[in-house]
Design a protein. Structure first.
Length: 148
């Protein structure tokens, strides 16, 4: 299983970053390897979404449940949890926490996954650290375009 945790401070509000991460239909516009994304169902406290990822010549589609814990002014943070429904993974979980600070937000991002294919798992383990940084940077660049 591949597991990583990343923390980064961004000069945006928790609500802005929370809404950006939940804008799943826009992912292909700014996440380099996201070929397609679509919210299939919208509920008050969760979404069901499909993502198609193209990476190193491979294309895989997966469906996930995106659980929303909205921003509340009294708590100064918001959370999003993502759980696998179907796809090429044995296991997939990721977690976003947006902690409001004086001049922005500290993002905590955790991800854990394993693939059904050991070949795919080996390939991803070699490149995942760089891919994770690129993904977080893509969210930061998109936030700069939208909110600055």
């Amino acid at each position: 299983m591949i597991q990583r945790k990343l923390t980064k401070f961004l000069p945006f509000s928790p609500l802005q970053l929370y809404e950006l991460v939940l804008d799943i239909n826009s992912y292909p516009k700014f996440i380099p390897w996201c070929a397609a994304s679509r919210v299939l169902e919208t509920h008050e406290d969760y979404l069901i979404a499909d993502l198609v990822i193209k990476f190193s010549g491979l294309s895989e589609k997966y469906t996930s449940k995106v659980i929303k814990f909205p921003y509340e002014n009294t708590q100064h943070f918001a959370e999003i949890k993502v759980e696998l429904i179907s796809g090429p993974f044995k296991h997939l979980y990721n977690y976003w926490k947006f902690n409001g600070q004086e001049n922005g937000t500290e993002i905590e991002f955790e991800i854990a996954f394993s693939f059904n294919s050991s070949i795919l798992e080996k390939l991803m383990s070699l490149m995942f650290e760089k891919a994770l940084v690129k993904m977080i940077d893509a969210f930061e660049e998109q936030a700069n375009k939208i909110y600055k």
